[in-house]
Design a protein around this ligand. Structure first.
Ligand SMILES: [Zn+2]
Ligand SMILES: [Zn+2]
Length: 145
């Protein structure tokens, strides 16, 4: 396969396989397994081209660098993990939110992002509760036992 084609398909595949929007840096790390020596400038160039070709679309979350996802899935929302910063797809929608708008306003569209912790970042063990970890005992006054 021609070098440029191989780079581009590796970049597109990385995003398709992740099944979530990726930052260019995340695309680079994933696509490098297919194309060793891939550089970030090449990733940016191909992402731009893939958006122009209608294969990828940009996901802009407030205050975040643009992420890229595959075009074509239906209306969906996103979840951002506050711990690892990764963004995931949410395939659920509260539906018509017109009732939230001021009286006399017409809602035409909505954008919804959930924030919290992903399953990887949610401690499963009970003893890792945040209250305990933030209240770790200070050893300053303790004498050697
Ligand atoms: Zn996480
Ligand atoms: Zn929705």
């Amino acid at each position: 396969m021609e070098r440029n084609t191989r780079q581009r398909s590796a970049i597109r595949d990385a995003i398709a396989q992740a099944q979530r929007p990726l930052l260019p840096q995340e695309v680079l790390e994933a696509a490098r397994t297919e194309v060793p020596g891939l550089g970030i400038a090449t990733v940016y160039r191909n992402l731009k081209a893939l958006v122009e070709e209608g294969e990828l679309q940009v996901v802009n979350l407030p205050g975040e660098n643009p992420r890229f996802e595959v075009v074509g899935h239906r209306h969906h929302h996103h979840f951002q993990c506050r711990q690892c910063q990764r963004v995931f797809d949410v395939h659920a929608c509260p539906g018509d939110l017109g009732r939230l708008a001021p009286q006399g306003f017409t809602v035409e569209d909505h954008d919804l992002t959930l924030y919290g912790r992903c399953s990887d970042c949610t401690p499963s063990k009970a003893h890792l509760s945040p209250t305990e970890t933030t209240r770790a005992p200070r050893r300053s006054g303790a004498s050697a036992a």
